[in-house]
Design a binder for this molecule. Structure first.
Ligand SMILES: [Zn+2]
Length: 136
């Protein structure tokens, strides 16, 4: 059965600038945390390429209390050199995230964009996703 998508929730991987992170890496981290597999549906790499994590049909594991009706999108980065939360998105990531979110909004009309920090006391995704994408 198709899930009803009401929210698109943006995350960061909480990794260092220029640290290369793959879907496989996140898959390993999330399995270590007891999830079946990577908790996000999409991951945007440093080079701006989009990679599929968990299939959309499957409920995510990325935002407590909001997984059933959301899609989790994660960009690689989110920490500065000393490990503090920071918007480290590359120009390519910014461009692609915007495009991906616009596409998802077209596919799931009525879905509202949030950042993880709108629902949890976390810095993730280290920028205001709600206001940045409100025009989409
Ligand atoms: Zn998050």
């Amino acid at each position: 059965m198709q899930r009803k998508i009401k929210e698109i929730i943006v995350h960061c991987s909480a990794t260092f600038p220029e640290q290369v992170v793959t879907v496989n890496d996140i898959d390993q981290w999330h399995k270590q945390r007891g999830f079946d597999c990577i908790g996000y549906h999409y991951v945007v790499y440093l080079d701006g390429t989009i990679h599929v994590g968990r299939p959309i049909e499957k409920e995510g594991a990325h935002c407590k209390g909001h997984n059933a009706n959301s899609i989790g999108v994660c960009y690689v980065g989110g920490l500065n050199k000393v490990g503090k939360p920071c918007d480290t998105r590359t120009d390519k990531q910014k461009k692609v995230l915007r495009c991906l979110i616009a596409t998802l909004k077209a596919e799931y009309p009525g879905a509202v964009v949030y950042g993880h920090s709108d629902f949890a006391s976390k810095a993730c995704p280290c920028f205001n996703a709600k206001s940045e994408y409100q025009d989409l």
